[in-house]
Ligand binder design. Structure first.
Ligand code: CTP
Ligand code: CA
Length: 232
């Protein structure tokens, strides 16, 4: 029997969550993007607010209404998401990177629409790396601040989902990594989800398949005991 709607275990906590997927412009009308709907991050924000937290949702292209009681900061690109997250993370008890941040962006965005048949008709798109926002949040975190990352993994010849996830947790150096098994290829935009919550101390907690709100509740129940004791 887990916490119910009356659970207020995040009262007095400041929570900052990124959600959605960044879009990296190619020209004024086109972008490189991804399939993240922002639903899981939005559920984390909604549930945290319901459990008493003061919540900021940095929403990258999330086409859903703001959850009740949540302050939404809309962003488009990875660079905008980085700026918003670094600003909002100051003073937060927990920072959650649920957004799908584009690893690369077009090296340049054309100032005017790319046209067929023009002299400069493109045949390829040069890319550059985007900043790793999670890595930067980890480096810059205040003492006691908990940093939570997300990872969508598939098993392959090099290892199963958990092997890849543990390696990513170690590489990213965050406190908690929420792992989605996307081997079956059916998470994005779906109403349901299931995750494993890995912590830097080696623990792994399975949150069973359920609505994204139910999974969000399971994630918070796992994360709350890891928050630093509240200041007196
Ligand atoms: N992330 C980030 N900034 C980036 C890329 C990823 O903050 N430029 C964050 C994501 O929000 C997520 C975590 O890092 O919380 C893991 O993202 P993932 O794409 O799984 O990790 P990568 O290090 O980009 O590894 P991969 O090469 O597998 O994509
Ligand atoms: Ca990535």
């Amino acid at each position: 029997h887990g916490p119910d709607a009356l659970t207020q275990d995040l009262t007095g906590r400041r929570v900052v969550i990124s959600a959605g997927g960044t879009r990296e412009p190619l020209d004024p009308v086109r972008y490189l993007g991804n399939r993240s709907s922002g639903k899981q991050g939005r559920s984390l924000a909604r549930v945290a607010a319901a459990r008493g937290a003061d919540v900021v949702l940095v929403a990258a292209n999330v086409e859903l209404p703001a959850p009740f009681g949540v302050r939404v900061v809309p962003v488009g690109t990875a660079e905008e998401l980085r700026t918003a997250m670094l600003a909002e993370a100051a003073g937060a008890d927990v920072v959650v990177m649920a957004a799908a941040v584009a690893d690369f962006r077009p090296a340049a965005s054309a100032p005017t629409k790319l046209k067929k048949g023009s002299a400069g008709e493109p045949t390829s798109v040069p890319l550059v790396r985007n900043p790793d926002v999670l890595a930067e949040l980890v480096t810059k975190r205040a003492p006691g601040q908990l940093v939570v990352g997300f990872a969508a993994e598939t098993g392959d010849d090099a290892g199963d989902v958990l092997t890849h996830a543990r390696a990513k947790l170690a590489r990213k150096n965050c406190d908690v990594l929420v792992v989605n098994d996307v081997s079956a290829g059916q998470v994005f935009g779906r109403a349901e989800n299931a995750v494993i919550v890995l912590a830097a101390d080696g623990s792994a907690v399975e949150v069973p398949r359920g609505s994204k709100d139910a999974v969000a509740a399971g994630i918070w129940t796992t994360v709350v005991p890891r928050l630093a004791a509240s200041s007196p």
